[in-house]
Ligand binder design. Structure first.
Ligand SMILES: Nc1ncnc2c1ncn2[C@@H]1O[C@H](COP(=O)(O)OP(=O)(O)O)[C@@H](O)[C@H]1O
Ligand SMILES: [Mg+2]
Length: 260
C-alpha cells in the first residue's frame, strides 16, 4: 500500500513566451515525506513552486492538492489551504523585529489585520499576546536562542538565524506542505548542517508536514530527503532514492553538462 499523495501533478506545462520552463511534468508529493527537488540551474524548480503557490498560472496540465484543483486559485487561497514557502532570495524586512517578521506569516488568520500600531490598542492587546505566545512556542521548537531576541531587528542576526526566521514565518500558518527554495544558499557547510538539523527536528514534531526541498548540496539531499525528483529543461529525468538518482545516467549527464 503506498502512502497517500498530498500533491499530484499531471502533465504540468509552464511557458514563458517561447521558453518552456515546465514540460509535461508528472510528479507527486506524499503525505509526511521530505522530497528533494533537484536539477541544474534553469531546470524549472522555482517555477514549479511559483505555479504550485499560485504566483504563475500554468499553460496546461493540473495540480491537485489533497484532491482539489490548485490551478486558478489565488496565492492567498492556496496559502490558507496550507501551502507555505520560503524564497530563494531572502524576503525579510531587516529593520523589523523577529516577531514582526514571523507574525506576518500568519496574517491570513489574524482577526485585526496587519496594522501593528493598532495592536497596541486595548481591544487588540489580547490577540497580540496570543501571537507573542505562538511565535515563542514555534521558536522554542525551531531555535530556542531566538526566543530571547524576539524584539530585536532582523538586521542584527547572522545568515543562518535569518534563514531560521524565514522558515518560522512559513511555519506560522501551520502548513501541511512546506516548500523550501535553496535554504542553504549563501551559508557555510556547518551552517547548512545546523539548519537541516532544525528542519528535521521540526518535521519530527510535526509529522503530518510534507516538505519539498530544492537544494544543490548533494550531501544535504542524501541526509535529509527520503525521495528525490530530478528536473532538466523542465522535464522529470529521474525519480527515486538518493542512491537511485545519483546512479542514473541521465542525471549524471545533466550535471556534467552543466559543469562543462
Ligand atoms: N517570470 C519568468 N519569465 C520568463 N522566464 C522565466 C520566468 N521565470 C523563470 N523563467 C525561466 O524559466 C526557466 C526555469 O527557471 P527557474 O524555475 O527559475 O529554474 P531553477 O529554479 O531550476 O534554477 C529559466 O530558463 C528561467 O529563465
Ligand atoms: Mg531557482
Amino acid at each position: 500500500m503506498s502512502p497517500k499523495n498530498l500533491i499530484e501533478v499531471e502533465n504540468l506545462t509552464m511557458r514563458f513566451g517561447g521558453l518552456t520552463a515546465l514540460d509535461e511534468l508528472n510528479m507527486s508529493v506524499r503525505q509526511g515525506e521530505i522530497l528533494g527537488l533537484l536539477g541544474p540551474n534553469g531546470s524549472g524548480k522555482t517555477t514549479f513552486f511559483n505555479v504550485l503557490t499560485g504566483l504563475y498560472k500554468a499553460s496546461s496540465g493540473s495540480i491537485r492538492y489533497d484532491g482539489a484543483d490548485v490551478i486558478g486559485k489565488t496565492p492567498q487561497e492556496i496559502y490558507r489551504s496550507g501551502v507555505a514557502r520560503t524564497f530563494q532570495r531572502s524576503r525579510l524586512s531587516l529593520s523589523l523585529t523577529v516577531f514582526d517578521n514571523i507574525v506576518i506569516g500568519d496574517y491570513q488568520h489574524m482577526q485585526h489585520g496587519l496594522l501593528f500600531n493598532l495592536l497596541r490598542r486595548k481591544a487588540f492587546r489580547a490577540e497580540y499576546e496570543q501571537y507573542v505566545e505562538k511565535v515563542r512556542d514555534l521558536l522554542k521548537i525551531f531555535s530556542p536562542p531566538l526566543v530571547e531576541r524576539l524584539f530585536e531587528p532582523v538586521e542584527t542576526f547572522t545568515m543562518i538565524d535569518r534563514r531560521r526566521i524565514e522558515v518560522c514565518r512559513a511555519l506560522m500558518s501551520q502548513p501541511r506542505l512546506l516548500l523550501l527554495d535553496e535554504p542553504s544558499a549563501g551559508m557555510t557547510h556547518d551552517e547548512t548542517d545546523e539548519l537541516m538539523q532544525d528542519i528535521l527536528q521540526v518535521r519530527g514534531k510535526m509529522s503530518h508536514l510534507s516538505v519539498v526541498l530544492i537544494e544543490h548540496e548533494m550531501n544535504v539531499i542524501q541526509r535529509v530527503t527520503e525521495r528525490c525528483v530530478v528536473l532538466n529543461y523542465g522535464r522529470k529525468i529521474a525519480e527515486g532514492s538518493y542512491a537511485e538518482i545519483t546512479a542514473d545516467a541521465n542525471v549524471q549527464t545533466a550535471y556534467l553538462g552543466e559543469a562543462a
